[in-house]
Design a protein around this ligand. Structure first.
Ligand SMILES: NC(=O)c1ccc[n+]([C@@H]2O[C@H](COP(=O)([O-])OP(=O)(O)OC[C@H]3O[C@@H](n4cnc5c(N)ncnc54)[C@H](O)[C@@H]3O)[C@@H](O)[C@H]2O)c1
Length: 373
């Protein structure tokens, strides 16, 4: 049936069409007025100045700047904003969040519990990764922190254990380990995963938070830095996800993953220029959807969280150096505030746990409605 339709269509297309009559040339004497046959795009802009006012000057009928200096002010990138990702020694430390986890007697769904699960968090030594690792520990999981900064990873793992003990006296202490890995290297990814499997015996969940941003205008962006940025944000997310998926498939076990994208994967931030980062985060978001489809048959769910501006120790440092930037950012957030890293704790627990059993391939934006405007 399908084939015969195709054959019919092909025959119809091949049927000889009678030649069309050549258009009659317009003789000069019969031509209408010159203005009416001028192509639309070259028609002169008609201005009826008698009807013009300030609002009209803010439309395409106005000259650039005619309605004021503010034109495009909050909608453009500025080439003079340049922020390099700091060297390892200059990166500020993050602490586990105090007093927000712990035992409580409030009823909640059992499906949110991660007891008996093992989760890997890349980039878990600090910032959003550390807070999300803490959310998973608080929800019952054992956690393996994976980071390029070995010392900071170990300090943070110990910090999570200490915080848990202080908040849950008498409870079984979760296992939290730290592992060196450069997520952009396949060898390093595989080495760290086998180390984790030796210590924890299995992996059920993955959160990919290793990533960074830098600000250069596109023309000046150094190529090696751009490759590094994509290597960590995109390759790193992909490589770790594939390694964990292989392990889950070998075990014939179900599992779930959360990839940390950014609202920058859906919108273009202003005023700081960061085209490669925006493109990388769009890639992360679509990677999550694509792998969700590819691995659905194996019971592996893959979702994305796209945070807006979150006040990590690093963001704080950048804003302390650029106070104007803080005003511009918050002026563009409908909620009027930046998020705290803790605001991701519920989101990541939901997407990793069985509470989101039928949610896969989704992008959860945690951005104070930034991307709704
Ligand atoms: N902070 C924000 O406002 C914000 C907003 C949206 C998205 N994000 C995303 O969230 C993620 C975490 O950001 P953050 O603000 O917590 O950053 P951060 O710099 O505080 O933490 C990132 C961690 O990743 C590690 N890391 C960097 N390169 C690595 C590599 N090659 N291999 C292994 N580990 C590596 C760092 O050592 C660090 O511990 C990133 O993907 C970032 O793009 C952050």
């Amino acid at each position: 049936m399908f084939r015969s339709n195709l054959v019919r269509q092909a025959m119809r297309a091949a049927r000889v069409q009678p030649p069309r009559a050549a258009p009659t040339a317009i003789r000069p004497a019969a031509r209408p007025a010159a203005a009416s046959i001028r192509p639309f795009s070259s028609a002169p802009c008609r201005r009826d100045d008698s009807n013009r006012d300030d609002v009209d000057a803010a439309t395409t009928s106005g000259e650039p700047g005619e309605s004021g200096d503010h034109e495009g002010q909050y909608a453009r990138t500025q080439d003079n904003i340049r922020v390099e990702y700091p060297e390892e020694d200059d990166l500020p430390r993050s602490q586990p969040v105090q007093g927000r986890g712990g035992v409580h007697s409030k009823r909640t769904l059992a499906s949110f519990s991660l007891e008996d699960r093992v989760a890997v968090v890349t980039g878990g030594a600090r910032g959003l990764g550390l807070v999300m690792a803490q959310a998973l520990v608080t929800s019952g999981a054992d956690v393996a922190i994976v980071d390029m900064n070995r010392d900071e990873g170990q300090r943070s793992a110990q910090g999570l254990i200490d915080t848990f003990k202080a908040e849950n006296p008498g409870s079984t202490v979760p296992k939290v380990t730290a592992h060196f890995c450069d997520v952009s290297s396949p060898t390093s990814v595989n080495q760290s995963l086998s180390e984790i499997l030796k210590e924890h015996g299995k992996v059920d969940h993955l959160v990919t938070s290793a990533g960074f941003t830098e600000n250069y205008d596109a023309i000046s962006y150094p190529h090696d830095r751009m490759q590094k940025l994509w290597g960590v944000n995109v390759d790193g997310t992909y490589l770790y996800a594939v390694a964990v998926a292989k392990h889950l498939m070998e075990r014939q076990a179900h599992g779930s993953m959360v990839m940390i994208g950014s609202m920058s994967g859906a919108i273009v931030n202003v005023p700081q220029p960061q085209a490669p980062y925006n493109a990388a985060k769009a890639a992360v978001r679509h990677l999550a959807s694509s792998l969700a489809v590819e691995w659905a048959h194996a019971g592996i769910r893959v979702n994305c969280i796209s945070p807006g501006y979150m006040l990590t120790a690093l963001t704080k440092k950048i804003l302390e150096d650029n106070p104007e930037l803080q005003k511009q950012w918050t002026s563009l957030i409908p909620a009027g505030k930046m998020g705290r890293p803790e605001d991701l704790m519920g989101a990541v627990t939901f997407l990793i746990s069985d509470a989101s059993h039928y949610v896969t391939g989704a992008d959860l934006r945690v951005d104070g409605a930034y991307t709704c405007t």
